[in-house]
Every structure is written in C-alpha cells, then in structure tokens.
Ligand binder design. Structure first.
Ligand code: GLN
Length: 483
C-alpha cells in the first residue's frame, strides 16, 4: 500500500479498494517502524490523522469526490498548525503551538487531506543539508550516511522512503528542488505569489514560496492544486485564476523550445551529473523538443546577492523572536536587555545567528548601499537575463545541483562551501520564477535531479514536460533499498 502515488491512492479510494483510515493506519505503522533511521518527523499527529481519515471516508460515503479527499500528507514544520507544535526546526519555537492554521494547511484540510505529522527541516529553513535542525539531522534513505538536502529534508526523506506519498515544503533558495534532487523526488517551487505565505513562518519574505514534494509530476500537480490560489491575508499573493494542473499533463512536446544555459556547465559541475543532464536533453529531443544554447550572463553574481538579500530579510523577520511574546524565554532575566540577549542566544542555533549577523550588517546605515542595494541591483539583472532568455525558449533546463548528496558533516565547518551548492536553484527565487526538479539518474547510487524553469505562472508547462519525461523514463520509480 505504501508504494502508491497520490494518483493511485485517489483511484483506490474512489474504487473503494481501501479506506483512508486503513491507509492511514498502514502509513502510521510504517513511520513508527522506519522513521527512527531517518528522523524525518519532528511531530507525529496520529489522532488528528485518524479523525481526518474517518471524516474523509464519511465525505466519500456521502458521494463527495476529489483527488485529495483522504490523501495522507505531512507538512514541513514551518506551516502553522492550530494547536500543534510548529517549531521551524528551532529550539526557539520548541514550545510554540500555533493558534491558527496556515492558509496552505487550511486549504489542504478542506480538500480532505490527512495530516500524518510535521516534518523535520533546517532551523528556520536556513541550510541545504537539514543538519541545522534543533531536532537533529535527517538521513538520506538512499544512503543513511548522506544528507537528504535541505531545508525541506524531512519532507523529502519521508516521501522518498515511502512513509507517505507527498508532503508540503518551501523553497527560498532551492529547499524544494534540491532535496527533491538528492532523494529522487519531483519537487516544484511555484511562481512567487502563487501559493499563500500566510501562516508560513518567514525566512526571507521576498523569496519564500511553498510547494509540493512528491514522487511524480502527476502528484505534484494534484498537491499544488490544493495549495495554490489568491489569499487576501497575504499581500504578495497574486489574484490570478488557478488552472487545472492535472489537465495540463497531456500536452505534446513537439516543437517545445528548451534552452540550456552555457554557464551551467562550468568547472564546479560534477561531470557525471553533466552527462545525465545531457541524457535528459536527448530524451526530451526524442519527444519532439528543440534544444537551443542560451546564456544567463549574470548567474555568477547570484550567490553573493542571494546571501546578502536572504540574511537581510531574515534578520528583520527573526527580530520578532525576542522572548517576550512567544517562543523560548531565558530563565531569570536580570533586565530587558538580558532577556533579549539570552533568549535569542539560547533559542537560535549557530547558522541562524550567523545569518542574523550578516543580515544586520548588510542593512546597517554605513553598508546598506554597498551590500543590500547592490544585491538588489544584481537581482534585477538576474531577472532581466531570464526575461531575455524566455523570449527565445519555452523552458530552461539544467542540473538542479552541482554535486550529489554529500556525507553528513562534510560541510559543517565551511558554511560557504554549502552556500555554493545552491548555485543553480537560487536564481529562480531571485527572479520569482517557477522551477521544478525531476529525477534523472544516479551517481554512486545517489539520485541526481534535472531542473526545469519556466516563465511566470507556467507551472502547468513544467509539470507537463516532467510528466512526459516520466512517461518515457523510469528514474522516478526507483526505490531506495530497505524502504
Ligand atoms: N540553502 C538556501 C539557504 O540556506 C536555501 C534554503 C531554502 O530554500 N529555504 O538559504
């Protein structure tokens, strides 16, 4: 039962082959048995899951239908869940029970999903390895000595290990696409503003975007359908109609113009990944796509710009965690300053503190022009590069990551080495564009992802290209040994 995709589960439930309650029991038992190896969950919500499953079964018995009605999922632990711990992977919020549901959580619950739990993540979504979590590192089910990617490493590891069919995640600089690549999943970061950020604890507000992690493009379409849409509570959410994503999965690729940026194949890329990317290009050519070399000349400036803008916004967003209103508070503060200092010093881990310091520095009066303003100008150049490229091509294709999943601990002493691994994913966030990572082969037994980028609001195009690829390849069906 645990091998089923969301689409298969929807068919099975509709055909009354099993009930949502039965499926939920199976998956909860599987999580109890296997998750100790992975550490992919911060909290399990068995009681809620069983009551939601029963309610979904009752709705079906009353004639209701829907691809998500009775579908088991989990939420990354930065989506607020009413009455349930929402930790953001931090000691700071270890005792925080959200007083309301995030819009994404509420929309998916209304569609009938069953929440099995909250998944592990890098602290405040800062990281690419899921090693900065207060709740401990997550292991990659493909090789337990390797990282699953981050910051949505818990969602990725759980779905890859068949503990559940799909999960929500968020992507500020790659946190959906990079863990998808590292664990052989399909992950989609939607256009900025497509999915509401209300109740999604902020890391860098102008870059953060929620989206689906699943095994297939077909399942990403189903989950995105339940997440996307205008939300008056989020002033950056965009009031555009949501297309039927599943209906977009049957388009022909005949004549589709795919751009491959020459800058992607620089010295930093593992040549074995480059070869797998070229293989995926050949596969798409067989399906009728036309390949064109393009250029994104400002890509080299993206990492420094991102690692100024993201920490700058984070330093501002995280100032609310002051030990006064919610979150961790130190014991016996001597005065207000002592309260702030010790609560924040004890509550935030090393990477979060590093980013707050970098961000506060970049925003300070004497350095604002030199760092923050400059980074914003680079951001515009990065966007302009994409706009020019999309005048010539329909999709941009390349590697999701320069290397496969590294060993746990391998980059702990060198944060910049970890930042450099985000080179292919962060540009989509700087420009606000949608991006998808799909499985495209293996290197040393570790999965490799190919990234597709599209113009604003063309999530359907991304999902269709990935779906056509998956109808003709079987990388996405591979299962990690032991799971
Ligand atoms: N690795 C990037 C960072 O640490 C992106 C993280 C994310 O997308 N949340 O900022």
């Amino acid at each position: 039962m645990h091998h089923m995709t969301l689409a298969e589960i929807a068919r099975g439930l509709a055909d009354k082959k099993f009930s949502s309650e039965e499926l939920t029991q199976v998956l909860l038992a599987r999580i109890a048995q296997l998750d100790p190896q992975l550490n992919s969950f911060i909290s399990l919500t068995e009681e809620l899951a069983l009551s939601q499953a029963k309610a979904a079964d009752a709705r079906r018995a009353n004639g209701e239908t829907g691809a998500l009605l009775g579908a088991p999922i989990a939420h990354k632990d930065l989506f607020c869940t009413q009455g349930i711990r929402t930790s953001c992977g931090s000691k700071m919020l270890d005792n925080f029970k959200a007083p309301y549901d995030a819009t994404v959580v509420a929309k998916l619950a209304a569609a009938g999903t069953v929440t099995l739990g909250k998944t592990n993540m890098d602290e405040f979504a800062m990281g690419s390895a899921n090693e900065s979590s207060y709740y401990g590192a997550v292991k990659n089910p493909w090789n337990l000595e390797h990282v699953p990617g981050g910051s949505s490493g818990g969602s990725a590891a759980a779905v890859a290990a068949r503990l559940l069919p799909a999960a929500t995640a968020t992507d500020t600089g790659g946190s959906i696409r990079q863990p998808a690549a590292f664990t052989n999943l399909t992950g989609l970061k939607p256009t900025y503003g497509r999915v509401s950020r209300w109740g999604m604890i902020a890391y860098a507000s102008s870059l953060d975007q929620g989206g689906p992690l699943a095994r297939t493009a077909e399942d990403c379409a189903i989950l995105l359908q339940g997440m996307a849409g205008f939300d008056p509570n989020d002033s950056t959410s965009i009031d555009e109609p949501v297309p039927d994503y599943s209906a977009s999965l049957n388009g022909s690729l005949q004549g589709l113009r795919i751009g491959v940026p020459k800058e992607y194949f620089s010295a930093g890329l593992d040549p074995r990944i480059a070869e797998l990317v070229h293989n995926s290009v050949k596969e798409l050519e067989k399906l009728g796509a036309v390949i064109k070399e393009i250029s994104l000349p400002n890509m080299q400036h993206a990492i420094p710009a991102y690692y100024v803008i993201a920490p700058a916004e984070a330093s501002s967003n995280l100032s609310r965690f002051d030990g006064v209103r919610f979150g961790h508070r130190c014991e016996n503060p001597e005065n207000l300053i002592d309260l702030y200092k010790r609560s924040r010093g004890e509550g935030f881990g090393a990477e979060v503190q590093r980013r707050i310091m970098v961000g506060a520095y970049a925003l300070s009066a004497g350095y604002y022009d030199a760092y923050y303003l400059k980074a914003q100008k680079i951001r515009r150049l990065v966007k302009n590069d994409f706009m020019a490229a999309f005048n010539e091509v329909d999709i941009i294709l390349g590697p999701t990551t320069p290397n496969p999943a590294w060993k746990l601990g391998a980059k702990n002493s060198d944060p910049v080495a970890e930042y450099l691994e985000d080179v292919y994913t962060i540009t989509a966030n700087l420009a606000g564009l949608p991006g998808l990572s799909m499985p495209a082969g293996f290197v040393d037994g570790l999965p490799v992802g190919v990234q597709l980028l599209a113009p604003y609001f063309q999530e359907g195009r991304l999902l269709n290209v990935a779906h056509q690829y998956q109808m003709n390849t079987d990388w996405h069906t591979r299962t990690p040994t032991g799971f």
